[in-house]
Design a protein around this ligand. Structure first.
Ligand code: AQP
Length: 330
């Protein structure tokens, strides 16, 4: 079976963007590939986190994975920092990466646009190198990435090839897994920005655990335009985003949606999108609330403990191979 690997940062409660851009697709492919999914705690500290909240969020991400339909029997689920080889390989790959190529990463540019150089963390700059280590450590065939992460996968491939060309064929060069249904979900308050769980404005994102009322309110407040026509065009980025969301949660085609809301006002359309999203999230929230009970704590712990053991069995010899190739004494 071909191997797939991906992860999500525990920098908050996951969003509809994480679900439609990543988790929904992970669920669809879990029977066809050998899948490994981790919680990217090391990545999350590239932005300052409150330790108590982070601690809770790490476990919540595992529960959200399972609540979204990731089967812990079929997939390997673990916490990134439990497999120390990620950080070690990250350091090694720092010595293959160039400042210039990291400076060109759009996520870095976006996240630091409003910051002075003195407050930009080196970890944030270095994020793509750690991501390359996360991936190359396991020789996956494919990495399912949303449109927003494509550039980071490209640098992973570059670093893998560069290392291989100096030290021998050590890493498999993975391909992007392009899902049929994946979409880039944008902020409800600023459709030029992607929906992010760390957005300071909670109206910009739908959290997987928002109540039905909150979801509908957030969609009603979504920034649109004054055209008042439900049409899928670049000139109406807010409406385009809502159509994308509606299409993903209902599995309807764009043309079908345009026809369904022909002549209807934005109010009607926004409510319909909110209702459809809330319906879709209802089952996930039910499962999540079940898992989030004290009696299930051990079960969750056993999933990530077993996951780290399994991941470590691959990561340890791979890192040893890297150390040997570099000339280190084992
Ligand atoms: N808005 C989005 N649309 C589509 N896919 C998305 N993903 C995230 N946001 C969207 C997909 O989720 C996976 C991992 O996300 P992550 O949380 O590890 O990092 P991120 O991409 O930086 O997501 P956030 O929510 O924006 O995190 P913060 O706010 O902490 O920076 C990836 O597969 C990504 O494509």
């Amino acid at each position: 079976m071909k191997k797939i690997l991906s992860g999500i940062q525990p920098s908050g409660i996951l969003t509809l963007g994480n679900y439609l851009g990543a988790l929904k697709n992970w669920v669809e492919i879990q029977n066809d590939y050998e899948c490994t999914y981790f919680v990217a705690d090391l990545h999350s500290i590239t932005v300052t986190q409150d330790p108590k909240t982070l601690h809770e969020n790490i476990k919540k991400v595992i529960m959200q994975y399972i609540a979204c339909g990731i089967d812990p029997e079929k997939n390997t689920i673990f916490i990134q920092s439990h497999v120390h080889e990620h950080a070690e390989l990250g350091w090694i790959l720092n010595n293959s990466a160039y400042m210039g190529e990291l400076q060109r990463m759009t996520q870095f540019k976006d996240k630091t646009a409003k910051q002075e150089n003195d407050s930009v963390k080196v970890g944030l700059f270095d994020y793509p190198v750690l991501m390359a280590a996360d991936i190359l450590l396991y020789d996956p065939d494919y990495v399912p990435v949303g449109e927003d992460q494509r550039q980071h996968l490209e640098i992973t491939r570059t670093l893998g090839r560069r290392f291989n060309s100096t030290y021998g064929e050590i890493f498999k060069i993975p391909d992007a897994y392009i899902s049929k249904s994946g979409a880039r979900i944008m902020s409800l308050q600023d459709p030029s920005k992607k929906m992010s769980k760390s957005d300071a404005n909670p109206n910009g994102f739908i959290s997987l655990l928002d109540s039905k009322d909150e979801i509908i309110k957030k969609f009603k407040r979504a920034v649109t335009d004054s055209e008042n026509v439900v049409k899928y065009t670049e000139n109406q980025p807010g409406i385009k985003n809502l159509i994308d969301i509606y299409a993903c949660v209902t599995d309807k085609k764009i043309e079908q949606i345009e026809a369904e809301f022909e002549g209807a006002g934005y109010g009607t359309f926004k409510t319909a999108v909110g209702e459809a999203v809330a319906d879709r999230l209802e089952q996930i929230q039910k499962k999540y609330n079940e898992l989030n009970k004290p009696e299930n704590e051990e079960f969750i712990q056993s999933i990530y403990t077993k996951g780290a053991e399994k991941a470590g069995k691959y990561a340890k010899p791979k890192l040893e191979q890297v150390y040997t190739a570099l000339g280190f004494v084992l």
